[in-house]
Design a protein around this ligand. Structure first.
Ligand SMILES: [Zn+2]
Length: 272
């Protein structure tokens, strides 16, 4: 049993805000955690700008509590929130050091983050910061207060719809039909976001049901989304005939700056 535990991979995911990892990776994270992987989420900002009527420290504390509840529901080991202001993240040396420390302390085998092209500057700079930490995590004289890793982890990007400079490429796809309810339960913990801020920004706040069960069902519908052609093709390749019937999936693209794996090795990292 102990032997088995030590061979399980250590995974760390970075989002800009304390619900980003949940939305992009929550299903796969729940699956990995269930399989015994050590999974950690990090929000690079504290989320203190993500609301139409609340803000500052009070909002950051509310969102921290939501993130902890989401982690509990997803079954992941940790959800860390770095105390950087929301909406003002910059790819500074200090922020890069925070990322390098987090990856090293987790002794990560796999690191996930957004691609560095995205509508939100915090998402973009989170992508840049994690890219800048790739490779540097193995350099002992950089951030010398935290022991360097001996092996560069595998770095992967979350899926997005942005076309420039290049469309997302699904190098590995995971069916999350079996954990869809768990993913939605995780997101449901982010009340300030999924039922207040995001619907307000989208001009659909009146659509949100008042009843807790009804709004969770609404959330599931809102988040279901369409599986694009490239991801569908990758699902059919990985899952055979079942791939055409998968309703919910998450996909990831390999970053060239980390450890390079071919598609077969990559698929082995992620249980079907
Ligand atoms: Zn975000």
């Amino acid at each position: 049993m102990a032997q088995e535990q030590t061979t399980k991979l250590r995974v760390i995911a970075f989002g800009a805000h304390p619900d980003d990892c949940d939305g992009k990776f929550g299903g796969t994270a729940a699956k990995l955690a269930k399989a015994g992987y050590a999974v950690k989420f990090v929000s690079v900002t504290n989320g203190d700008a993500g609301h139409q009527t609340e803000g500052g420290g009070a909002l950051a504390r509310r969102r921290y509590a939501e993130a902890q509840e989401s982690a509990r529901r997803l079954g992941i080991a940790e959800y860390e929130v770095l105390d950087n202001h929301d909406g003002e993240l910059m790819p500074t040396l200090e922020a890069r050091r925070q990322i390098i420390r987090a990856i090293r302390r987790w002794n990560a085998d796999v690191v996930l983050a957004p691609r560095p092209n995205d509508y939100h500057p915090d998402h973009r700079y989170t992508g840049v910061l994690v890219q800048d930490a790739a490779y540097m995590v193995v350099v002992p004289n950089v951030v010398s207060d935290t022991p360097a890793l001996r092996h560069n982890p595998v770095f992967l990007y979350f899926e997005d719809n942005f076309q420039r400079p290049a469309p997302f490429r699904p190098d590995v796809v995971v069916s999350i039909d079996d954990v869809w309810d768990t993913k939605i339960a995780g997101l449901d913990a982010h009340v300030s976001q999924v039922y207040e801020w995001l619907p307000w920004v989208d001009g659909r706040l009146e659509e949100v049901p008042k009843d807790a069960m009804a709004r969770k069902q609404w959330l599931s519908g809102v988040r279901a989304g369409r599986i694009g052609a490239a991801v569908r093709a990758a699902l059919e390749k990985r899952y055979g005939a079942d791939g055409a019937r998968i309703q919910h999936a998450e996909a990831f693209e390999l970053c060239e700056y980390g450890r390079r794996l071919d598609s077969e090795e990559l698929a082995k990292l992620f249980p079907k």
